[in-house]
Design a protein around this ligand. Structure first.
Ligand code: CMC
Length: 428
């Protein structure tokens, strides 16, 4: 017998079905509540509202579990590669050897971007933030591939759009950076793997030889895996919401990039490094900044701490903290802000304010330190997150389309003025 929840309004009782997920998570299905009772539910920030049933990512915030398609993030980070994980997320299963080779070859085939995109890039001022440039360039793909505007076209057509964006996003990201620093862009080198190719487009100069350091490429690959999906977060929900109006994949992804940009979401990795730098410049007193974070009259928050769903630990942060130690050791870098970060973490983990509120380091706390160590400039950190999150956004958009989900359209409770007569200008 399916479980039922009863809601009593006055003397009327409404029976609401309970939906259960494959990991035992339960939800009250309120879809018919309004039609039957006139009531809507309200939940600002969707803190306790499921927007969909999804088979992509499982996350248990209390236990610190994160799995893509049933595979643990710890195992994927250790044994897989970013493109293999991308295939898994988008297609639902791990690829065979041949499927993966084909996937890589298809992506490599599409890394070049239309020369006219360079003119769009040239139109941006050189100090443009690369996230703004990236979302614009992704949106511009709708003009270069107008067939992509139809999300109802054949599965092959949709797949081609997917391969194109997986291939082109690193090129566009590297070009956004070159624009920021006023250097000529580099074209993709298709002899290289996904991460090495990106690094070369980022760092090669016409004046020097550039060799990709495999330690750096491996570190980047791992970071991208850790960012690849995170179920219904702000940017992913944005991608699904934009796509639910049958807007194209590229339009939906462009929306996702903008949602990711904010400092409470993907922009936190940039904010963390800026915060650590500020603490260092101010003499390195971590306690002073802990006090600021706890002071409700001070807008300062400890960036890289806290998470909407993880209330125990963020499993990605655990992997990244160790990776940060490994990468810095391998590259022979001694970064004082790593010590400041560890100091902050140590104090926070025993401070009642943080313990009571279950605030732990999140994925962004240590990722910026690795990005810095491998030479990625701070303004590009959130762009790196976007490259990592791309396969997750695509998988979620595709699932939403394949499940035929309705257009997203939340309700509200109106709190404004009641009906009143218009007041002519002279009488106001
Ligand atoms: N520093 C100080 N206090 C904090 C922090 C923080 N980083 N995060 C939460 N709190 C306090 C907050 O003031 C509130 O206290 P009180 O109950 O006394 O009012 C309590 O903890 C609950 O916080 P909340 O803002 O209601 O929680 P939320 O679920 O709405 O927000 C969050 C989650 C991630 C936006 C928030 O923790 C935050 O702003 N963290 C810093 C930004 C950050 O690191 N974001 C990256 C998130 S992980 C990457 C990603 O998925 O994008």
């Amino acid at each position: 017998m399916a479980e039922i929840v009863e809601v009593k309004v006055g003397d009327k009782v409404y029976q609401l079905p309970v939906i259960e997920g494959s990991e035992g998570e339960k939800a009250i299905d309120i879809a018919k509540l309004r039609a039957e009772s006139g009531l809507v539910t309200i939940d600002p920030g969707f803190k306790n509202t499921g927007s969909t049933q999804s088979a992509i990512t499982f996350l248990d915030g209390e236990k610190g579990i994160l799995r893509y398609r049933g595979y643990s993030i710890e195992e994927l980070a250790e044994k897989s590669s970013f493109l293999e994980v991308s295939y898994l997320l988008i297609n639902g299963e791990l690829p065979s050897f041949t499927e993966l080779e084909m996937f890589k070859s298809d992506i490599t085939h599409h890394t070049l971007i239309h020369e006219d995109i360079k003119s769009i890039l040239d139109g941006f001022p050189s100090n443009a933030h690369p996230m703004g440039v990236l979302s614009s360039l992704v949106s511009s793909l709708t003009a270069f591939y107008p067939e992509s505007l139809d999300p109802n076209r054949s599965a092959e057509g949709v797949n081609l759009s997917i391969l194109r964006i997986l291939a082109k996003l690193p090129t566009m990201a590297a070009w956004a950076y070159k624009n920021e620093i006023g250097h000529p862009v580099n074209y993709p080198d298709n002899r290289l793997d996904y991460c090495s190719n990106f690094l070369k487009m980022m760092f090669a100069l016409p004046t020097d030889d550039y060799e990709v350091d495999p330690v750096v490429a491996d570190a980047l690959d791992k970071l991208l895996i850790l960012h690849a999906d995170h179920e219904q977060n702000c940017s992913t929900s944005t991608v699904r919401l934009v796509g639910s109006s049958h807007a194209s994949l590229y339009a939906s992804l462009s929306g996702g990039i903008n949602a990711l940009w904010g400092p409470l979401h993907g922009g936190a990795n940039q904010a963390v490094i800026e915060m650590l730098e500020a603490i260092k410049a101010d003499g390195g007193d971590v306690n002073k900044y802990m006090d600021k974070a706890k002071d409700k009259n001070d807008p300062f928050r400890l960036m890289g701490f806290g998470h909407r769903v993880y209330k125990n630990f963020d499993p990605r942060a655990k992997i990244i903290k160790k990776a940060a130690d490994d990468v810095l050791a391998k590259l022979g870098i001694n970064d004082p802000i790593l010590e400041i970060a560890k100091g902050l973490e140590e104090v926070a983990l025993s401070d009642p304010y943080f313990v009571e509120r279950k605030l732990y380091p999140n994925v962004d706390f240590y990722s910026g330190i690795i990005y810095r160590a491998i030479g990625i400039p701070t303004s590009m950190f959130t762009v790196m997150f976007a490259i990592g999150r791309l396969p997750g956004w695509i998988a979620q958009w595709k699932e939403m389309r394949e499940n035929g989900e309705p257009i997203g359209r939340p309700r509200q409770i109106y709190t404004g003025a009641n009906l009143r007569p218009f007041v002519p200008m002279g009488n106001r």
